[in-house]
Ligand binder design. Structure first.
Ligand code: SIN
Ligand code: FE2
Length: 220
């Protein structure tokens, strides 16, 4: 039964490292960014001072309940014309604020830890959830190519992240994300459906009564 003991040893090691496989190519890195969180939170303040959070309109005309902004060379936007990346904030006409160096460093390190060395994000989407806000199941597929993974960093209140499969109706895992957790999905999982259940009430000591998620992409 040497096969069994190898698997057990691997699992043990994974648990110590706070690492959980969600699917081939997708990993949940518990607490991976916990020491970086205060610096990331400072960066978020600077980004939203320059490019305020706003509720985008979907192509179907619905106002998104998650408030969003971006930093980096490219920013994700949605309006009646569709979903896309833009170099400039459509609200101000200015380029998106630069990605704070600490942001890119955390994303790169997490990607490497998940098996994707050399990740160089050019886009960081900032999502702000207040209690009862949710994000319905979707794929991240507006990026130019899918070779690079998505790196998602959670700050603030806990949330239940749904991680599904290739098809919208595939069964979803419920992942209880906490402040400082990182999820990385790429390779065979790059286009997997995912979403966030309605946020519960609470008060986080650093971030307050909200959850902020940073998703890093190599978009262009
Ligand atoms: C996203 O899919 O863009 C965000 C996921 C999250 O908030 O955890
Ligand atoms: Fe997404």
């Amino acid at each position: 039964m040497s096969g069994t003991s190898v698997v057990t040893a691997d699992l043990f090691e994974d648990q110590r490292a706070g690492r959980e496989a969600l699917a081939p190519g997708a990993v949940w890195l518990r607490g991976h960014a916990i020491d970086d969180a205060p610096g990331l939170w400072d960066g978020v303040q600077q980004v939203i001072a320059a490019a305020p959070l706003r509720h985008l309109i979907t192509p179907g005309g619905q106002r998104m309940s998650v408030a969003m902004t971006n930093c980096g060379r490219l920013g994700w936007v949605s309006d009646r014309r569709g979903y896309r990346y833009e170099t400039h904030d459509p609200e101000s006409g200015h380029p998106w604020p630069a990605m704070p160096p600490a942001f890119a460093a955390v994303a790169r390190r997490a990607a490497e830890e998940a098996g994707y060395a050399g990740f160089a994000p050019d886009a960081c989407l900032v999502n702000r959830y207040v209690p009862r806000t949710r994000l319905s199941l979707h794929q991240d597929r507006d990026e130019r190519d899918y070779a690079a993974p998505i790196v998602s960093v959670s700050l603030g209140l806990p949330a239940t992240f749904l991680f599904g499969g290739r098809a919208r109706n595939d069964k979803t895992l419920r992942v209880p994300l906490q402040h400082g957790d990182v999820v990385v999905w790429g390779g065979p999982a790059r286009l997997y459906f995912h979403g966030v259940l309605p946020l519960a009430d609470g008060l986080h000591p650093l971030v307050g009564a909200q959850r902020v998620n940073l998703t890093f992409r190599a978009a262009g």
